[in-house]
Design a protein around this ligand. Structure first.
Ligand code: SF4
Ligand code: SF4
Ligand code: SF4
Length: 419
């Protein structure tokens, strides 16, 4: 198999096809800390794309409760176990060398195996086909925490304080990652899966698909799903009409997807970044996604060790055990949480942009405002400024303008009781 460069791993890796990249890439950040588990995103996707016969089990967007939940059940534990067995067979340790951080290796170098590098593979990647009953409940173990150690009055014996809560859970929001090196595309014997050159969205050509389910088997995130009524596989389409700006309400500019635009928790920010010919991200210093992922490194890929270079990034939850988060998001977790907990002046302003407009934001500017708070975070001095952040859409027009401190509007006395 050819070698391709995977910047999440900081090294080349083997993949089924020669390296090729889109001009732009569909990217999103999900801030786990803010998710309220309301499933509005899940319902929005279902109502838009998967409401027909044969799609009953299709939740292209799902939100699962970690550590026990998963859709299909235990999808990540099962893939991690396969990868672990591959490491044991090869006598290799799945370790990160964080001393080798570079611009093209921001998390250091992963010296373990990816799903396409396991020894003795007679497939394109390690994988398994979930049994039918593993798809039966999209929100199994909802709101189920780890063990609660209470005394005889039921009062927690350890208490809850950062950096790690003793009893914990968090919501993990999941859609297709529109991976740079999609395992689903590598797996397909019909070459029915392709990555669009204009935005990097990964689609299944329904006219070519014969329902062999190799994509279901080899996508490590289990985001390709089989439909028995058409005998083909289907997956998240990245709401491409909205991304193209052809949706009737888009005003001709790229829009965020349905699951992103509806989020009441304001945890999601979705956009397009420019990709250079070598696959690196072209510098877009004033792009909110580029800034948060590449400059601040506050958002991280999900299971980067799988090796597909996923394009959905997560701000990790502050309270979950670090070892669990390191396994899930790689070695950048401690720095990401530290920067999120005490954000820089610029990061605090940029984070206000989450879910303020349905239009994708391609550039931001900040107008400086006054100092409004001086305090300490983690024993260090921290200041808050009431800066104004302005977001610009795909046509370069101002799409949103807002301040760090939410303005207070007082209802006039004569209308105190009116709505
Ligand atoms: S998440 Fe899975 S289905 Fe989506 S592009 Fe990656 S490998 Fe394919
Ligand atoms: S991007 Fe669109 S198709 Fe994909 S999960 Fe979200 S709403 Fe569904
Ligand atoms: S809509 Fe937003 S807050 Fe609600 S579950 Fe989805 S990601 Fe979380």
């Amino acid at each position: 198999m050819p070698d391709v460069y995977n910047w999440h791993l900081g090294r080349p890796m083997t993949y089924a096809y020669e390296e090729a990249h889109p001009q732009k890439q569909f990217v999103a950040i999900f801030n786990i800390n803010r998710c309220i588990g309301c499933q509005t995103c899940t319902g929005a996707c279902k109502a838009t794309w998967t409401f027909s016969p044969g799609q009953e089990h299709m939740w292209w967007n799902n939100v699962e409760t970690k550590p026990y939940g998963g859709y299909p059940q235990h999808w990540d534990i099962k893939t991690l176990k396969l990868l672990d067995e591959a490491h044991q067979a090869a006598g290799v340790k799945a370790e990160w060398d964080t001393s080798q951080k570079r611009d093209d290796a921001p998390y250091g170098v992963y010296n373990g195996l990816t799903i396409s590098e396991a020894p003795g593979l007679n497939e394109q990647a390690l994988g398994y086909l979930p049994a039918d009953n593993e798809w039966r409940a999209p929100n199994f173990y909802e709101d189920t925490s780890t063990r609660y150690d209470g005394d005889k009055l039921g009062i927690h014996t350890q208490g809850a304080s950062l950096p790690e809560h003793q009893t914990w859970f968090f919501y993990l929001q999941r859609i297709c990652n529109h991976c740079t090196y999609p395992a689903c595309a590598a797996a397909c014997p019909r070459q029915a899966i392709y990555k669009r050159p204009e935005d990097g969205i990964v689609l299944i050509d329904q006219s070519r698909c014969r329902g062999y389910r190799k994509c279901v088997e080899q996508c490590p995130y289990k985001k390709s799903m089989y439909r028995s009524t058409t005998m083909t596989s289907e997956k998240c389409v990245g709401c491409y009409p909205r991304v193209e700006g052809t949706d009737p309400i888009s005003d001709g500019v790229p829009m965020e997807t349905r699951c992103m635009a509806v989020c009441p928790g304001k945890i999601r920010l979705n956009g397009l970044v420019d990709i250079a010919a070598d696959g690196s991200w072209a510098e877009m210093r004033q792009h909110p996604l580029y800034y948060m992922i590449k400059v601040e490194q506050v958002a991280l890929p999900l299971y980067p060790q799988f090796g597909t270079e996923p394009n959905i990034y997560y701000i990790p939850p502050r309270w979950a055990p670090r070892a669990y988060l390191h396994q899930m998001f790689g070695p950048g977790v401690d720095q990401a949480i530290a920067r999120y907990t005490a954000p820089s002046r610029e990061l605090l302003a940029v984070m206000q942009l989450f879910r303020t407009t349905q239009k994708m934001i391609f550039r931001y500017e900040i107008e400086e405002g006054p100092l409004v708070l001086e305090t300490e975070v983690n024993g260090q001095p921290w200041q808050m400024y009431n800066d104004t952040v302005i977001g610009f859409d795909g046509a370069g027009r101002e799409a949103v303008r807002l301040t760090v401190v939410e303005p207070l509007h007082e209802r006039p006395a004569e209308r105190l009781n009116s709505i």
